[in-house]
Design a protein around this ligand. Sequence first.
Ligand code: NAD
Ligand code: DAU
Length: 387
Amino acid sequence: MPDALKVLVDNLLAQHLLTQDEAGVFFQVSAHETNTNTDAAQPISYTPKNVLVTGGAGFIGSHFIRFMLATHPKVMIINFDKLTYAGNLDNIRDVAAQYPDRYTFIQGDIADAPTVGKLLATYPVDTIVNFAAETHVDRSILDAGDFMRTDVLGTRVLLEAVRTHKVARMVQVSTDEVYGSIPEDAFTESSPLAPNSPYAASKAGGDLLARAYHMTYKVPVVITRCSNNYGPFQHPEKLIPLFTTNLLEGKKAPLYGDGLHVRDWLFVGDHCRALNVILTRGVTGEVYNIGGGEQKTNLEITEHILTTLHLDVSRIMQVQDREGHDRRYAIDCTKLRGLGWMPLYRFADALTKTIHWYADNMWWWKKIKNPAFQAYYAQQYDKRSPI
Ligand code: NAD
Ligand code: DAU
């Protein structure tokens, strides 16, 4: 750990603002109850009580629920998830066992307005954090239908529900992909939106609807745009888990094009901490960028995975590029840092730990790499000739 970061972490530990256990929240499947708030540098202005988390059986949503239950001792969580191919109750099984009185799972679709309306009429929800989305760029290139339904129309259903039921606060989890690609420097919140994939366009639709509902109806929504996440429980369709699990299975890592596309990586735990800060201290109607500042090429990421698994570059297979592939993402988080947040996980360490997590939890991803996944894989990768 660099000296400056160590001093910061030691200070936070001394002030009981950070617990030794928090790193474990994201790597071990069990979390420790704590009444501390990691990013408590400034006074909390909003206290969530009954939180509807949509898409909480996915990668980031499941970590967010675990984080909120561990760091807000009184919070109640309803996890509303359709359980698409990406939704997985294994991601959250420990939470259901550990917090039976504070956690409820309900299967449902955010685009189903009557069901969402009934839910809000039944439970005293004061807060919504919307993770529910179709999220994989390559799948959106195959067929964008579900992306439009969930990411645009589903977001509208939630915004209408916030408006009708006077929900006190909503966070719309958008993405940095709405900005498109940037050759140098970094996107700020005022950069123009220029989505390049059907996924990014669908997320931009939800993002702009949130803005419009704030401007038109004063709906209390905050919008976040985060860069690429990594960590345990990420679906093995995405770069890091796909390459790691393929290599563990003795297969190759299908690197798109020249492998020099750049992503700005953030450990999922730091994303959850940022969302908590924005939920409790962000200004409604505002957009907040979230990013790790760790800009790496896909080739660098692949080499890190190969080294960690003691494999060599012969296991890389360069294949035909993704259509419309964004060359570079970089995110300026100055605005969020003004709320007292900074990433705490060091990239190299957290990536290595993440790779070990996949190596140690084959039971988790082997269930997902089932015949349906293999059919998707063939559809996606058989057409990509090696280059
Ligand atoms: P994920 O694909 O792992 O999980 C998505 C979850 O949403 C699944 O549990 C799925 O069942 C659920 N879902 C899908 N359609 C639904 C519907 N109609 N109704 C209810 N639930 C539905 O996604 P993730 O990577 O955890 O991403 C979560 C959110 O964060 C998304 O909105 C995504 O756009 C955004 N985001 C992701 C990243 C990243 O790097 N993964 C970065 C920035 C923003
Ligand atoms: O930037 C935030 C976004 O990050 C999120 O909004 C998306 O939901 C999330 O999926 C992610 O999008 P990316 O397209 O950047 O992630 P993905 O893991 O699919 O790809 C990362 C990079 O790796 C990208 O440049 C494409 C490349 N890649 C990906 C796959 C799956 C490969 O080279 N080979 C592959 O097989």
